[in-house]
Design a protein around this ligand. Structure first.
Ligand code: GLN
Ligand code: ZN
Length: 759
């Protein structure tokens, strides 16, 4: 008896086949039938991988051509009015990506992952009706291969909770309209087979829910549990504990409950009530969203602990969440060092881990065959080597970080800013940009040619310097005041630093779906972090030497570097981030010694790292701010520290932002007029702020008048002495044809406002 369970599987394909065919289809280079053909091949292959690994519960409907939330909207007939004329794939992709006449639906992050879903748009006047064809087809496709799947669907409470009401009401008001469609869906599914398992994902249960929402749980699952006697409902949660919901769910007719014991170990507190309810427990014990090889011995210990409360026969071994959030397989990694590769496990390798764990747990170690015994031994060896490897453990770094006692800069911001203004000599409404300028195909080619050793270091540097020269020349001509070098040498704001820090690893093929066909390949932190040599100083000093204006140095902050990487799991995140912070503080010191007077430390992903549970927020904020401050602690009073954050909602975190103590912060408020800036005034924020004056996420060129108006709006909230004028984010995704006139208009607008203010 071995009972194991996979919450969901990646669908993009081990060679990103789905991405390729989708993008060809969008570029009109192939037909939709070609897309369906690739999709079917992928589904089959993925089912077979799972079956061959010995997985018992394999999903259908975890596949999607774009996103499962979007699929759920289609299933419910929740189609926004502007798309109602469309049908089939035209409708589907228009909802996801927009078309000539309608904007796409909004997209946002799936809980605290880097996966983005399409936000449903609901309205009280709409009627919803069932479209179950995708779900039923996929079940049949698997069955034709002899694989009986469980059917994955997103639960109604999560679906509603992540929706928005276009008619501005409460999303849960639509509960009574949606539930009958779910009932109908279950009824349709019940006719497919004698007995059928449906996995209903309700990750929203791991958040703190209002009483009103909690009170919907019982009626929902009482109703869904009653639809058909041959349906077993596995209700699955992940990313945190769901103790409040668990208390209710044990009194509903669900068959099994999935809990994440890795990212929500408080779930252990629910074991008693699960045991007495007699329900099955899908024990999420293999990390679905990280890349480390599971420590099988440790996992067995955890399972034995669980089994002291819940009967063994009621336990199934599960991934902690869908494997969608981890890369596909290690088998194409040819460049990675053998040692490091041994420590990793991607989705395909995780299947084997889960299968082996369930074999050991249910059938005892003595039942393993030779190959399994060897796999277990390899697992033990790899985990042992991680504990001792000098590649990971660096005494010098540990000592250095432990002894780092300088936790913040000298002086208070007021004093510092006065000094800086004297030295830097800038006036009110000073203009700047966020750092990057357009990334051209020549730049990308030069970087990859250099990496592949197709061009020499000299010609690479020449190419980069040429770009910097042009970039500086443009900024001078345009009349911008604080300049940047344009970041031509950076492929990505985290990878660039990761590549130069010791303790960082990279994969060749570790792609993870971010949204639609888009994938990211996060670097990973496996060991103690240090900086063998300066990372940015040469480029920034070169740029400074080519202008008499002030050149702003550009770094990525410790929290963002951490949040956009896979992070080692043998050390608390806050410790890892502290190591990065200490390395960055050296970089800042070097920049400053080289004559750089303004340094921007980007924290684009600071907010992303926020925990899902409010009880854990304080701890996160404490180390995240501490580490930002450690990073900049080497800056002298007269060195001006900027930070940039890629969002606009600061209401919840304004005190933390203040605490970070940056002299200047640039933020993304361009799309909200001055509404979101008001919080800075409300709390009496005294440092300087650069609220974006135009939206760089669109190719549109803002007019002078428009920017004047935007600046005037800002001036209603904050005084001119406190305001910087800049776009709302880096310009690397834009074209020069867009950037040049936009920035010229921005500078022109500032001139007009300054003149107006003088008269
Ligand atoms: N300095 C970076 C840039 O301009 C910041 C990017 C970001 O905030 N995402 O590209
Ligand atoms: Zn940004």
């Amino acid at each position: 008896m071995s009972k194991n369970y996979i919450v969901g599987f990646p669908r993009i394909g081990e060679q990103r086949e789905l991405k390729r065919v989708l993008e060809e289809f969008w570029a009109k280079k192939c037909s939709f039938d070609d897309v369906l053909k690739v999709a079917l091949e992928l589904k089959k292959r993925h089912w077979e991988y799972q079956r061959d690994a010995g997985i018992e519960f394999i999903s259908s409907n975890d596949f999607s051509l774009y996103d499962n939330m979007l699929d759920t909207s289609i299933m419910l007939g929740a189609i926004p009015k502007r798309f109602k004329e469309l049908k089939d794939e035209e409708l589907y992709f228009a909802m996801a990506r927009g078309n000539a006449s309608s904007v796409a639906m909004e997209m946002t992050k799936w809980f605290n992952t880097n996966y983005h879903y399409i936000v449903p748009e609901l309205s009280l006047e709409d009627n919803y009706s069932l479209n179950a064809s995708k779900i039923i087809e996929e079940y049949k496709e698997a069955k034709a291969l002899g694989i009986k799947t469980k059917i994955n669907i997103i639960g109604p409470i999560t679906y509603l909770g992540l929706s928005k009401r276009v008619d501005r009401g409460d999303v849960y008001e639509l509960w009574s309209k949606i539930i009958p469609v779910y009932e109908e869906l279950l009824k349709a599914i019940s006719t497919l087979d004698d007995e059928i398992t449906i996995q209903i994902d309700e990750p929203i249960f791991v958040k703190e829910l209002e009483t009103k929402v909690l009170s919907l749980i019982k009626p929902t699952y009482d109703r869904l549990g009653k639809v058909a006697s041959n349906i077993k409902i596995a209700l699955v949660t992940y990313f945190e504990h769901s103790n409040e919901a668990t208390k209710i769910l044990v009194h509903t007719p669900i068959w099994a409950l999935g809990l994440d014991f890795l990212h929500g170990d408080e779930n252990l507190n629910s074991l008693d009530i699960i045991a007495s309810s007699g329900k099955k427990l899908l024990a999420g014990v293999v990390d679905g969203r990280n890349i480390w090889r599971c420590d099988i011995a440790k996992t067995i210990t955890l399972l034995e602990h669980i089994a002291k409360v819940v009967k063994k026969e009621n336990i199934l071994i599960s991934s902690s969440c869908s494997l969608l959030h981890s890369p596909f397989t290690l088998k194409y990694e040819e460049k990675m060092s053998h040692d490091i590769k041994e420590w990793l496990s991607f989705a395909l390798e995780k299947l084997d881990e889960i299968s082996l764990i369930s074999k050991i747990f249910f059938d005892a170690e003595s039942s393993l065959d030779e190959a399994q015994k060897e796999a277990l031994q390899n697992n033990a060896n790899a985990n042992q080597s991680r504990k001792n490897s000098p590649l990971i453990h660096d005494k010098t770094v540990q000592e250095r970080v432990k002894k780092h006692t300088k936790l913040q800069r000298e002086g208070d911001a007021k004093e510092r800013l006065k000094l800086q203004r004297e030295i830097l000599g800038y006036g009110d409404l000073v203009t700047t940009t966020i750092g990057s300028f357009p990334q051209t195909s020549e730049l990308r080619c030069a970087r990859s040619d250099f990496k592949a050793a197709h061009i020499s270091k000299e010609s690479y540097e020449k190419e980069m310097k040429k770009y910097i020269d042009e970039c500086v020349a443009f900024q001078e001509e345009c009349g911008l005041e604080i300049l940047v070098h344009g970041e031509p040498e950076r492929n990505d704001m985290v990878e660039y630093f990761g590549e130069q820090l010791k303790g960082y690893g990279f994969s060749q093929n570790g792609w993870v779906q971010s949204y639609g066909s888009r994938c990211v390949k996060p670097p990973f932190i496996y060991g103690d972090i240090s900086r063998p040599k300066p990372m940015t100083v040469d480029w920034i000093t070169y740029a400074q030497s080519s202008t008499s204006n002030i050149m702003k140095g550009m770094l990525t902050g410790p929290v963002t570097i951490l949040n956009w990487s896979f992070v080692r799991d043998d050390m608390p995140r806050g410790e890892v981030s502290k190591q990065i912070a200490v390395a960055l503080s050296d970089e800042i010191d070097d920049l400053q010694k080289a004559g750089i007077k303004i340094i921007q430390v980007d924290e684009a992903a600071f907010k992303e790292g926020y925990p899902l549970r409010s009880a854990k927020i304080k701890a996160y904020e404490a180390w995240a701010t501490r580490d930002f401050k450690i990073a900049v602690s080497s800056a002298k009073k007269e060195t001006q520290i900027h930070t940039h954050m890629c969002y606009s909602e600061f209401n919840d975190i304004i005190n933390t932002i203040e605490d970070m103590d940056a002299d200047v912060i640039s933020i993304e408020t361009a799309r909200s007029g001055n509404e979101l800036l008001k919080i800075f005034k409300k709390v009496g924020y005294t440092k300087e702020v650069g609220p974006g004056v135009y939206d760089i996420h669109s190719p549109r060129i803002p007019s002078v008048e428009e920017i004047v108006k935007q600046i005037e709006l800002l001036l209603e909230v904050l005084p001119k002495e406190q305001l910087w004028i800049n776009p709302d984010c880096g310009l690397k995704t834009r074209k020069w044809e867009e950037v040049k006139p936009s920035l010229k208009n921005m500078v022109e607008a500032v001139k007009i406002v300054r003149t107006k203010l003088q008269s």
